[in-house]
Design a protein around this ligand. Structure first.
Ligand SMILES: [Zn+2]
Length: 339
């Protein structure tokens, strides 16, 4: 027992205290720095592209039928409902479709929220990217997971690359879309076209598979707000129908359009501020700061007594039941000698 512990806590709290609301860094910088989840009940707060995650759960980096990629990003955190879904998909795709395993890409940051790089969504722990490259037959090293390249499934904007695309990809995406908790799956329009062509008579699942930019190295699964989830913003259902006709043609028409001669540079959107997110995201951001303080080694070495007379006082303090830290008398810190 010692009074030394509260001092770093105090300093840490002061250091983390925003000096003023106006000077507060953008939300992505604050959420991007959080290495641990908010120790609160699991809750997806806000909307997919403007929110945060309480009680995030890490997906194990290895499991029966999956491996998590790019571990340095620390984005294998999600709402427990999403993690359960991914684990189940991994196992069932392996058992029933012969898909060896999922390569799991970005899910969310430990506390969700906006990210410093990539992704507008993935903020509330209900979005996950799954690579379209099949899982290798061995457990990959950390370096391999960091450096191995993803594989694009398209030849150009209009067609898939038949040298890498397989019927197993169709089965995997069909299975991924088949669970009731799934809200949408995003794939490149050329992949959607390939799915439309391969689907046959059973086409209901195609409704959830939405064409979107990118998404040819991976597909993106989005699950609906978990039941009873307070403050999670529902997204309207996707338009009904398989989406294989006109909507897809519109995408291809967009790709065929000649590039403008002098394109106006797109105005960058200002980064999200804490005030743009639901108020509960402040609680998520700040929760557990005391717990997150780096642990001190035990036992903590006693500080040198400021004056020789203080030694008996220290001894008696050790015997007496300790006061709560805020009630203890201020103790002068020893002068630090630079070495
Ligand atoms: Zn994604």
């Amino acid at each position: 027992m010692t009074w030394a512990r509260p001092v770093p806590f105090l300093l840490l709290s002061l250091a983390l205290m925003p000096p003023a609301a106006a000077a507060e860094p953008p939300a992505k910088e604050q959420f991007g720095r959080k290495a641990t989840p908010a120790p609160l009940a699991a809750r997806a707060i806000g909307s997919y592209a403007k929110g945060c995650l309480a009680g995030g759960q890490a997906m194990a980096i290895n499991g029966p039928g999956w491996q998590v990629m790019r571990l340095s990003r620390n984005r294998n955190w999600g709402h427990p409902t999403l993690i359960r879904y991914l684990e189940r998909l991994a196992v069932e795709a392996r058992e029933k479709d012969g898909w060896r395993g999922l390569l799991v890409g970005d899910i969310a940051q430990p506390r969700g929220g906006p990210m410093l790089t990539g992704h507008t969504s993935h903020q509330i722990g209900l979005d996950a990217d799954i690579w379209l490259k099949p899982m290798p037959d061995h457990e990959m090293s950390t370096a391999e997971r960091e450096n191995v390249s993803a594989v694009s499934m398209i030849k150009d904007n209009f067609s898939i690359d038949p040298s890498v695309w397989t019927p197993a990809h169709v089965s995997l995406i069909k299975r991924a879309a088949s669970y009731p908790e799934v809200e949408r799956i995003f794939v490149h329009p050329a992949i959607k076209k390939a799915l439309c062509e391969a689907a046959g008579d059973e086409r209901r699942w195609l409704e959830k598979v939405r064409p979107w930019w990118g998404h040819h190295y991976h597909f993106h699964v989005r699950i609906a707000c978990p039941k009873g989830g307070d403050g999670c913003a529902e997204q309207p259902d996707p338009p009904s129908g398989d989406g294989c006709g006109k909507p897809l043609e519109e995408w291809f028409a967009l790709f065929r359009r000649p590039a403008p001669k002098d394109p106006k540079p797109a105005k960058p959107k200002p980064p999200l501020r804490m005030a743009d997110l639901p108020a509960d995201c402040r609680t998520v951001l700040e929760a557990g700061q005391m717990i997150a303080a780096p642990p001190l080694p035990e036992p903590v070495p006693a500080l040198p007594a400021p004056v020789p007379a203080a030694a008996p006082v220290a001894a008696s303090t050790a015997a007496a039941p300790p006061l709560p830290w805020h009630a203890r008398p201020a103790v002068p810190l020893p002068t630090r000698k630079p070495r």
